[in-house]
Design a binder for this molecule. Sequence first.
Ligand SMILES: *[C@@H]1O[C@H](CO)[C@@H](O)[C@H](O)[C@H]1NC(C)=O
Ligand SMILES: *[C@@H]1O[C@H](CO)[C@@H](O)[C@H](O)[C@H]1NC(C)=O
Ligand SMILES: *[C@@H]1O[C@H](CO)[C@@H](O)[C@H](O)[C@H]1NC(C)=O
Length: 501
Amino acid sequence: MLHNLFLLLPIVAALPARPALPELTVSQWSNIQSGFVNGAKDLGEWSFGKAHEIIDSVQDEIDAVVAHQNSGDETQETIWKKLKDDPHSFSKLTNVIDFVGGTAREILDDGKLQITFFAPNNDALTPPEHHHHHHDDDHAELTALMANPSLATVSSLLDRQPAYLLEDDHRDHHGHHGGDSDEDKKRKREIFKKIAAKVLAYHGLPKAYTASDLAQNSTLETALKAGRGGGGGLYRRIRVEKSLLPPSLKINFYARVLVSDIKAKNGYLHTINRPLLPPGSIFESLYAFPDFFSTVTSAVQGTDGRHYLDYAYDRNASKPGHPEFTGSPLATFFAPTNAAFALLPPKLKFFLFSPFGKRVLAKVLAYHYIPHSLVLSEFQYHEKHEKRSFIEAAEGMFNVADDPSFRQELEVHTGLPNSTLKLVLEKKKVLPIDSAIKTSITVNGHAVETIDVPARNGAFHVINKVLVPPHHHHDDEGNDLSAQDSWANWEQWLPAWAEQA
Ligand SMILES: *[C@@H]1O[C@H](CO)[C@@H](O)[C@H](O)[C@H]1NC(C)=O
Ligand SMILES: *[C@@H]1O[C@H](CO)[C@@H](O)[C@H](O)[C@H]1NC(C)=O
Ligand SMILES: *[C@@H]1O[C@H](CO)[C@@H](O)[C@H](O)[C@H]1NC(C)=O
């Protein structure tokens, strides 16, 4: 059920009595995909020449990250051969890889590498919706792909237009017309290829990980580097969700690992039941789940704060050869659910969402926001050149040899000049078996409901309480009421706090 999507996806893997994780339905699945629509729409309306410019080559990115290592067993097949040898499961995927060609195929077939690859099977690459299978012209196909850059879309395009699989010179020999139209087709094909290459790179990890390795960490870096200026120039990450009984892994909350640990000469292959999509911006991701986040997204829009959470191509500002993006390239947000807003005192809620409360609401939201930083339970990155920074880690990591446990206390600057959030990042073993690890975050003492949700421009964490900003307030007898983590007497301190924040 969608209602349970985030709240029932606890981070804890270890409790044997845990209820089964809900599966996403087809409509939820297409919801996730539509998270792309806003950003991709601009791209679709753009000329193909410009589109070329922002879809930068994925090749260097992959080369940079893959470590060459000696593999032990010379007799095993590569990941590519394993996929090729199983057309019943992977013919659609190998078609896509053949279409992308070049580096993607070479990497999957390179016996000297050690990598991990998530392979969507044929069922996964059959798109859930069938309402656009009558595109006769490539332009409509391309628009569809940009609105929904999934390997399933690429695969269905190739099913319908197998000519795309042929190299250009072969196409010419088959009696196609010359001239502009062929040039145009060729360029479109190149763009399809580049998008497919990027999405494919998001299915690869630069080291060989078994399922039990994957289950150790909450997020992992993929082979796809964030586009120009976005995401701090870091490699985009996947989120790993684990369950012990029965042992299973889910990637980005919707792709279940069906068969894991298929050992190949160059690493591990894991079959998944849905293709992975590089997530949209923080704003797009929240917007895709109105049942959870409609209050916070309207609050953000109502206070003109969308640019803090969004990051998208700016069609107006861009000039040929100089694509411009608008919004925040890197940020972390603590996203209160609708239920969190519902818990506010009714008068406060009314005030915040009235015209009189707009400025205060903007400040309260800014208190949930960490600019220029990626703060995940196991990974933090801060853009150095910016004035604001993490304040300090009170305790560092204390990793013991093969025990990944740590506890880290962190005070971070928010979107307000003088207000900080106190974070505790913690990872601990809860049972003496490998995957029984609990990773958690608390913010100002409150447990985060869903940690580490990756986004194009950073990440967000889901909280079920609106954070109370630190404030100073004395009652008439001079008793200090300010230390309370509560909204009590908000009429007396909140407007003044917002004035100074
Ligand atoms: C997994 O998390 C640990 C922290 O617990 C970190 O040191 C390590 O680098 C992470 N591994 C990967 C592959 O990201
Ligand atoms: C871009 O320009 C058009 C026309 O000038 C305008 O309507 C639109 O609001 C602008 N978009 C942005 C994001 O500035
Ligand atoms: C932030 O704190 C500093 C030091 O306490 C103070 O000088 C400054 O005025 C404060 N800024 C705001 C905007 O309150």
